[in-house]
Design a protein around this ligand. Sequence first.
Ligand SMILES: Nc1ncnc2c1ncn2[C@@H]1O[C@H](COP(=O)(O)OP(=O)(O)OP(=O)(O)O)[C@@H](O)[C@H]1O
Ligand SMILES: [Mg+2]
Length: 367
Amino acid sequence: MGNWLSLYGCCPPDVQTEDHEEVLESVGRAHLPVHELTDFRYHAAMGGHLDILTPKEGVAILALRQGRLVRVSGAVVLKASSGNERRFYEALGARAARGERGERRLGSLAPGFYGAAAVRSEEKAQEYLVLEKVGDFRHPLAFDLKLGFVQRAAHHGPGKRFHMRRKAAETTSAEFGFRHCGMAYWDWTHMTKVKEDKYQGRQVTGRQLLGVLGRFFNQSPDQAWPLQGPWRSIVDKALAEVEILRGLIGKVEGLRFWGASLLLVLDGDAVAKQNPEKIVSSFSVKLIDFSNSEFIGDGPDRELLAALRNFSAALAALAALRGGGGGPPPVGPAPDLRPQDAEQLQAHKSRGLPYTLQDVSPDDCSK
Ligand SMILES: Nc1ncnc2c1ncn2[C@@H]1O[C@H](COP(=O)(O)OP(=O)(O)OP(=O)(O)O)[C@@H](O)[C@H]1O
Ligand SMILES: [Mg+2]
């Protein structure tokens, strides 16, 4: 927390969402507003546990944020709250850094956070986070790239920790710092949307990475290379966003984005109708999934920085590609994982959980 304070002046920045919300009560409310599950449908989520809701047409969403009850008018998804993720969003605010010369704000790189709400199904109610919907389209095409050379969480016990390491070693995570964790793209041969899930994503090798990125970043009917028109533009846009993110993450000390993803979204209708302007304007990149993020340690999240550097290099390689295929994208030096391994142990200890973690040797988890 202290580091947010020093980065942004006085206090954790307040949320980002004024344009899309109306404050109904401004102080002192303690109870979450309750919605009915029947007012929602399941959002076409790419990665993760797929328990992401989106309100049906005409349903008004109320949320509670720091004692204030707000009515939300922007497009939202509701994600089951882990408590940890709510605390993270509260601390981050989503309109974090309002730069001096209108420079990009850190908050604009994560979904806006409206607050928390309860959703009731029969007699049970569960807490959800009300988040800005990234890409509010009838037919979104999205790509979830899980970031990090290994996935960590303070609550992981020895078994889970070992399992995460093995999963990283068996996928592109351990070498590149990112892996395919769910994607949807438009297939011109069959004139349909194709989905690949996170299990298919785990099968992808380093040599196949550029081909996978090409399925998302080149959805032109003729699959022409090098990338042209809107497809070249969205790669450039992604590169620019990732570079901004790297710059900002490099300045944030004592925060670890364990298990976060980059979510890339496009408007599927714009792709199917081959509307170049809409393809480009619909494209967005956000950092999502902070359920395992921690305020811990010194300095920036160097593992995340190395992952973003490698993803940038992969995008640059994609932009330069003259034909499908090719070898693996270039990769920079692997970060030293030991400092964050130690931070994970420290975070685990501070939770007072009943079991003790042993250090895991990387040799224990090789393929
Ligand atoms: N703000 C959002 N807007 C649009 N889609 C979203 C948003 N947040 C999540 N999604 C969709 O839901 C999927 C899963 O989200 P997320 O990664 O946050 O949850 P998770 O991995 O299930 O969570 P956890 O790691 O907390 O168990 C994403 O891949 C994405 O497709
Ligand atoms: Mg996720």
